[in-house]
Ligand binder design. Structure first.
Ligand code: AHG
Ligand code: MN
Ligand code: MN
Length: 338
């Protein structure tokens, strides 16, 4: 039976699909699906709407600026880092299938319930990414990664969640920019939604998004040029002579979102201040790596695929090189040149 599609000049897409209906439709594609993941994703969508409202009103409600405190990895906490963290905790905390919540803003994971009590999933997140850009109204975001809690008897809360990125069951981000964009993958490609404020729902705008295979754009903080390993300096010297554009926003979510839509490569190499890289593996690099790979891109950390890294700590950092496959390979050719 052919699928009935409305052909109306008023519809911008063949069908109107909300994030909620998309999640439920995907759930039906998984035999034996319990609806657990859908339940968690709907809570994340709720948190995203609340945070979007807070970000839009930050200047009006005077919740910009620093808390005057630092988080566990030494980053200065913006007021909205803490507010976004609390919003996510409030929206996710009552989902009975979540066992662990782990945030960039908290030293230790929070155990809500054991696996035996139904806590089958862990949600790891960067509640507000790029928050130093908040005061100047530049795009910031939320990044999330969903894992199944491990079966082992944990010595520490981290034991329940320290798994390679290949075991993520879902990953995504919300970009609070000129529009509020929700990107999601559950391992069957990447789907892009935009918040339609007139009805308070995220609507599907790009199903099965694919990253352009190549594009002469690199995204890196060139201020650290002198402290990059010489292979990265060699790549930049080459790119300067071969028609590349530099684009760097300083919010990973915004830089990755542009890379996914336009193509190119995003890099955060080792620097003197962060010899192991600055970005956090569990709630920045891994979710972004899953998204980029699911969109047809590549994500490398040092000499291995980012998703293959066996983590040793919730807040461990890693170098990041991800984007269009041809562009990632060009960087690697220079970095690994004999
Ligand atoms: P966060 O605001 O969650 O601490 O993340 C900031 C990260 C990331 O968003 C961005 O790509 C990177 O910091 C920028 O670092 P530099 O300012 O060193 O370029
Ligand atoms: Mn971040
Ligand atoms: Mn953050």
């Amino acid at each position: 039976m052919t699928e009935h599609r409305y052909s109306s000049p008023h519809l911008t897409t063949d069908n109107l699909t909300s994030l909620q209906t998309h999640i439920l439709a995907e759930e039906h594609e998984y035999p034996g699906a319990t609806g657990d993941l859908s339940w968690i994703l709907s809570a994340i969508a709720l948190a995203a709407k609340v945070i979007a409202n807070k970000v839009q009103r930050a200047r009006v409600e005077d919740v910009l600026g620093s808390m005057g405190t630092a988080n566990t990895t030494g980053d200065e906490q913006q007021k909205l880092d803490v507010i976004a963290n609390e919003i996510i905790m409030r929206c996710l905390g009552d989902r009975a299938n979540i066992g662990v919540l782990a945030s960039e803003e908290d030293d230790k994971p929070i155990i809500l319930r054991s696996k035996a009590e139904g806590g089958h999933y862990a949600v790891l997140f960067d509640p507000l990414d790029g928050s130093s850009n908040l005061d100047v109204s530049v795009g910031v975001g939320t990044i999330f990664s969903i894992l199944r809690t491990t079966d082992i008897k944990p010595d520490t809360p981290e034991d329940l969640i320290l798994q390679p990125g290949t075991l993520q069951v879902a990953a995504g981000y919300i970009l609070y920019g000129s529009s509020v964009v929700f990107l999601l993958t559950t391992g069957k490609g990447v789907d892009m939604f935009v918040l339609d404020h007139s009805m308070g729902a995220f609507v599907l705008v790009i199903p099965k998004l694919k990253i352009p295979p190549e594009k002469k754009i690199y995204s890196i903080n060139e201020a650290y040029y002198d402290s990059f390993p010489d292979g990265y300096q060699h790549y930049l010297d080459w790119a300067h002579k071969n028609g590349y554009s530099g684009r760097y926003i300083g919010s990973m979510v915004a830089d990755i979102h542009r890379t996914l839509l336009k193509g190119g490569v995003f890099l955060y190499p080792p620097t003197v201040t962060h010899p192991e890289g600055k970005l956090r593996l569990m709630y920045e690099a891994n979710p972004m790596a899953m998204i980029v790979e699911q969109a047809g891109g590549k994500a490398i950390s040092g000499d291995k695929r980012t998703l293959d890294i066996n983590p040793t700590g919730l807040h461990q950092r890693t170098t990041v090189l991800m984007g269009s496959p041809a562009e990632v390979d060009l960087v690697l050719n220079h970095v690994n040149r004999p």
